[in-house]
Design a protein around this ligand. Structure first.
Ligand code: ZN
Length: 118
C-alpha cells in the first residue's frame, strides 16, 4: 500500500506534482523530502492531509521519504550523540565508584592520578 497526495504544490519548481509514500501512511505536519523531477533539486513537503491509500501510485508520482532531521516531530529519533555517550559511560563510572568505595574516593583517586601524571 502507498499513500498518494495529488496535485500538491512543489516548492522547488512552483508547479504541482503527485507525491507518493511507499509502504507507510502520510502524517500531516510531518516533513518529507523528495527530489523535484523538474529541477532535480531536493525539496521538502509537509502535507496538510494524510493523502489517499492506493495500491499502485500513478506513473510519474514523486516518491517521498520521511525527513527526520527537519524540524518535525520532537522527541523522536535518536538522541544527540553526546547524551548517548554519557549514558554509556555512566554504568562504568558507577561500577568504578563501587569498587573504590564511593564517588568521593573515586574523585580523590582521580585527583591523585592527575597529580602523578604531571
Ligand atoms: Zn517540482
Amino acid at each position: 500500500m502507498a499513500a498518494l497526495l495529488r496535485d500538491a504544490a512543489c516548492d522547488s519548481c512552483g508547479t504541482h506534482h503527485h507525491f507518493c509514500l511507499l509502504g507507510a501512511e502520510l502524517s500531516p505536519g510531518q516533513t518529507y523530502s523528495y527530489s523535484c523531477p523538474m529541477t532535480g533539486q531536493k525539496a521538502f513537503l509537509r502535507p496538510g492531509s494524510a493523502g489517499e491509500d492506493t495500491p499502485h501510485p500513478p506513473q510519474g508520482a514523486v516518491q517521498l521519504s520521511p525527513a527526520p532531521d527537519a524540524e518535525s516531530k520532537v522527541g523522536e529519533g535518536t538522541p544527540p550523540g553526546h547524551a548517548g555517550q554519557l549514558q554509556d559511560a555512566v554504568p562504568e563510572v558507577v561500577e568504578a565508584a563501587q569498587k573504590v568505595g564511593g564517588y568521593k574516593r573515586l574523585a580523590d583517586i582521580a585527583g591523585t592520578l592527575d597529580e602523578m601524571g604531571q
